[in-house]
Design a protein around this ligand. Structure first.
Ligand code: M6R
Length: 606
């Protein structure tokens, strides 16, 4: 999604800082980008459509010397209005005095715009952000902070705002209301505001995490934080963002790099948490879980993370014997749900900033539900707001198509399931066998990456001659079929659908013919015989089939071999095949793999 940033100059060059930050955030939203530079009574704005490189090109001919004291930047993922320069942030008022960048959405912007139009204001863009600029102009007070405070009650929705004005050149105001925002500091007493903590790497090493409703007024080198109109103080926290920098090394795309990182990522997930010798599990979060009497686990997440949930739900049912509910955040928020004291609500999110999951989390907490987060980004909202949780330790994931974050989610969730299974009295030999087989999973993923990759690439190159695909799986492999299908459509732009294999005959079989191939995920588990029947069913209609399996008993038009493992652990292997299949097909089609069209890395809008 969009990102917002503000920087007050002391030592670094303002243009360089803003550009570095925009490049780091480009993976979130990349329809257009813009900057504004401020010095007393003068503001320079530069905007460009498309990649940040286009903005960089424009900036080459513009001098921003050190007389400019502050700057703001924005990378836009279009929501209100098309991808045009007019709609690109920063936005301003009629007199080009007030400038602001904005994340997320003002829901009542149409009503506000109508009222302002009646008062004689005209608008150059279709954005909700310009409406805020005109509202500020309409409610001008004797300081910028007072001006902003007088307008906030008029805004409905959720947003983060960074605002400065030529009329108050000493001031700057930041607002967090439902969209992430942090203040960064360094030893040079420089101050930064960023919608993404990680993007502060190298610039700031201390932050204040703002909460919803916080309004920050900067004046000169000082600042105040207000909440509900009252001054409040907040702790400054030390962070280690350096360690989270992501580099592409020699891989052509971040996605491929991240796929190949997965064996290491899983080892990180297990490190210090699984003692493979004594076959015991350890984590602070487990001690928190010990205090609870959990009878039901409800999982809430969005798409890729939701697929990890479905796999996990099977583990919690099969290994722990718990009832589970799996919910998509965006749908859950409309439900009239009841919270029981024996429920645990588990939220999983790579970014920890997915708006739908955060909204669901707030609803659950308002009803007194216990919440557990499984999150990758350490300083994210979900990580901070849930009652307890575990980090997935995948490291920074840059590719919009999530890969290593998914595998890390699976690993973390399995550890929680195994811990509860142990407490619930799973047979010790079965428990020990799963732990033993789990230890070998990183190596088995390596086998796929280094032995089977060429075959997968070859098959993927042939598949791009087709336009429609079915991804089929059963039980543990159904969520993997869903994830494989998502990855495939997300980066190849070819149509694919996932189905529970047996459901074909309830409708989709009508589409099976030689033009619409299927990818059947059929490891040597309890479902193999059923999958052999599915294969026959599809081939009888001349459908071509790619089979992902470790069994000799099933042969498709193309076969992709995976190593054998414990029946509970196949998802770790089959998903890697589906990621590579999608990657190579997209690469053959020359797609923008790391930044697929219309998508953003973290979906911070509803
Ligand atoms: O950050 P989250 O895990 O909450 O994100 C959820 C989805 O937006 C995300 O998994 C999305 O589906 C990916 N682009 C899939 O590759």
């Amino acid at each position: 999604m969009c990102g917002i940033f503000w920087y007050k100059w002391k030592t670094h060059n303002i243009k360089d800082v803003l550009l570095t930050w925009l490049k780091r955030l480009e993976y979130r939203g990349y329809d257009s980008a813009g900057m504004a530079f401020l010095k007393k009574w003068e503001v320079k704005v530069v905007k460009a459509l498309g990649k940040v490189a286009n903005l960089e090109e424009k900036l080459r001919n513009i001098t921003i010397d050190n007389s400019f004291e502050a700057g703001m930047a924005h990378t836009r993922w279009a929501t209100h209005g098309g991808v045009t320069l007019e709609n690109t942030h920063p936005h301003w008022d009629s007199g080009q005095s007030i400038f602001l960048v904005h994340n997320w959405i003002i829901e009542n912007f149409k009503e506000l715009k109508q009222e302002l139009t009646k008062k004689g204001y005209s608008f150059y863009s279709q954005t909700d952000t310009e409406v805020i600029a005109k509202l500020l102009e309409d409610n001008k007070k004797d300081t910028l902070l007072k001006t902003v405070e007088s307008v906030l009650p008029l805004l409905e929705g959720a947003y983060a705002l960074l605002i400065f004005s030529k009329d108050f050149p000493d001031e700057m105001v930041a607002v967090r209301f439902g969209s992430p925002l942090v203040i960064g500091f360094n030893d040079q007493k420089e101050i930064f505001f960023s919608s993404d903590t990680q993007a502060l790497a190298g610039f700031a090493d201390k932050v204040i995490f703002l909460d919803d409703g916080d309004v920050v007024g900067v004046k000169g080198n000082d600042f105040v934080i207000k909440s509900n109109g009252k001054l409040i103080s907040k702790a400054i926290e030390k962070i280690d963002v350096e360690s989270l920098k992501a580099e592409k090394w020699d891989f052509p795309h971040y996605m491929l790099k991240e796929i190949f990182e997965q064996p290491e990522v899983l080892k990180n997930v297990f490190r210090g948490r699984v003692d493979f010798k004594s076959k015991t599990l350890h984590a602070d979060a487990f001690r928190e879980l010990d205090k609870l009497d959990i009878q039901r686990i409800v999982f809430i997440a969005s798409w890729t993370s939701y697929h990890a949930w479905i796999v996990a739900a099977r583990w919690f049912e099969d290994l722990v014997g718990l009832d589970t509910g799996v919910e998509i955040g965006s749908e859950f928020v409309y439900k009239n749900f009841k919270v029981k004291p024996t429920d645990l609500y588990v939220f999983i999110s790579q970014s920890g900033e997915t708006a739908d999951s955060i909204e669901a989390l707030k609803l659950v907490q308002a009803k007194g539900g216990k919440t557990f987060g499984i999150v990758n980004v350490v300083w994210s909202t979900i990580a901070r707001v849930t009652d307890m949780g575990m980090f997935t330790r995948a490291g920074t994931e840059v590719g919009v198509a999530s890969t290593k974050a998914f595998v890390a989610q699976l690993g973390t969730l399995l550890l929680v399931a195994l811990y509860l299974a142990y407490k619930n009295g799973i047979a010790k030999p079965e428990f020990d066998k799963i732990i033993e087989d789990l230890a070998a999973i990183p190596t088995k993923i390596e086998e796929i990456l280094y032995r089977e990759n060429a075959n997968i690439k070859d098959i993927a190159y042939q598949l791009v001659d087709y336009y429609n695909f079915f991804f089929l799986g059963r039980h543990y492999q159904l969520p993997i079929a869903m994830e494989g299908s998502l990855k495939f459509k997300e980066i190849t732009y070819l149509h694919s659908e996932a189905y529970p294999a047996w459901e074909l005959k309830h409708g989709p079989l009508a589409l099976i013919d030689e033009k619409n191939p299927s990818i059947l995920i059929a490891p040597n588990d309890l479902m193999l015989e059923h999958n052999i029947s599915t294969l026959e069913e599809v081939r009888a209609r001349k459908g071509k089939v790619v089979v992902i399996t470790d069994s000799q008993a099933i042969k498709g038009d193309w076969n992709i071999k995976i190593p054998s493992t414990n029946r509970f652990l196949y998802p770790f292997l089959t998903v890697v095949v589906s990621q590579l299949l999608a990657y190579h097909a997209a690469q053959k089609l020359w797609r923008e793999i790391d930044k697929p069209r219309n998508l953003a890395k973290s979906v911070t809008v509803k």
